[in-house]
Design a protein. Structure first.
Length: 305
């Protein structure tokens, strides 16, 4: 008898295991057996952006990986709706709903959707919610939801005002001041802004500006020293970073002429260095001498007359 009971327990365990694997649960109530259906599940196993980093205002392609986890039933009439909290990300087609006719049990399926982003989004991850509805083979309806994360990149933008020079021409070893404004015209803060001036005719010089907030500006004012005779472009090299530390840079040019120092005539300079009283005294002495000579000449003329 004991062996018979043990055998029956093993057989029952086997039946329960087989039923569970088939998506059916067996509830034992005295001598009656009732079958309860296991809810079929449609799940999102992952997602990917096939077009690379998503800049605010750009379109991108999103692939959603789906799986029917049920081992017992096919899923039919699958309806997937995409939504974000404030329509930051929307399907490019204009409709936010995708339909799938059916998905076999334990089957996987990829949904590819073209998406658009708003241009005013800040650089951060945004949550895209997927609400889906579906039916089993007996037309029983089910609903569930999942979320995927879309990282948005906001490309930083800086603009420069016109360069202002205190002198557009300087002599060797002379200096001129250059100033201009850096304006943040992007949608996110720019970080670690630096400016470097370089050119064949000047000493290279750089300055650290720091961070510039959205719609903010910062003034750069530096003195450039001429070290070689010549003219041509002076290059202002601007570097900065976005919120993720990605580096950006661009150049802007302006003209500067460095001339040789004028040659000084030392003899003329020495002559012109006599004091004014001395020059006046010499002039007066010459006048007196001329007057005396004239007087003597006139006396001689009267004596012979």
């Amino acid at each position: 008898m004991k062996n018979l009971i043990t055998g029956m327990k093993k057989a029952l365990a086997c039946i329960l295991a087989t039923a569970a694997a088939s998506g059916v649960m067996l509830n034992l109530n005295e001598s009656q057996v009732n079958a309860a259906y296991v809810t079929p599940r449609l799940i999102v196993t992952g997602s990917e952006i096939t077009t690379g980093p998503v800049n605010a205002g750009d379109d991108f392609e999103l692939v959603i990986h789906l799986k029917n986890e049920s081992t017992a039933t096919q899923l039919n009439n699958i309806r997937i709706e995409f939504e974000t909290e404030d329509n930051e990300i929307t399907p490019s087609s204009g409709t936010n709903v995708v339909y799938i006719d059916s998905l076999a049990k334990e089957a996987e399926y990829d949904v590819t959707v073209a998406m658009s982003t708003r241009g005013d989004l800040q650089q951060k991850p945004y949550t895209l919610t997927l609400n889906y509805e579906y039916e089993d083979k007996d037309r029983n309806s089910f609903a569930d939801s999942s979320v995927v994360t879309i990282p948005i990149v906001q490309a930083p933008e800086l603009s420069l005002s016109e360069f202002k020079l205190s002198r557009k021409e300087i002599v060797l070893d002379g200096k001129t001041n250059v100033s201009f404004d850096l304006n943040n015209i992007g949608k996110d803060t720019v970080y670690n802004v630096s400016v470097e001036f370089s050119g064949d005719q000047i000493d290279d010089i750089s300055t650290y500006v720091g961070n510039i907030d959205v719609s903010g500006s910062s003034t750069v004012d530096l003195a450039l020293k001429g070290v070689a005779v010549g003219g041509g472009n002076i290059v202002a090299h601007i570097t900065f970073e976005d919120a993720d530390g990605k580096a950006y840079s661009f150049d802007q040019n302006f003209e500067l002429e460095v001339a040789a120092k004028p040659v000084v005539d030392t003899e003329a300079e020495a002559g012109s260095s006599l004091p004014v009283p001395a020059i006046a005294g010499v002039g007066a002495a010459v006048i007196i001498v001329i007057a005396v000579v004239n007087i003597i000449r006139k006396k001689k003329e009267r004596a012979y007359a």
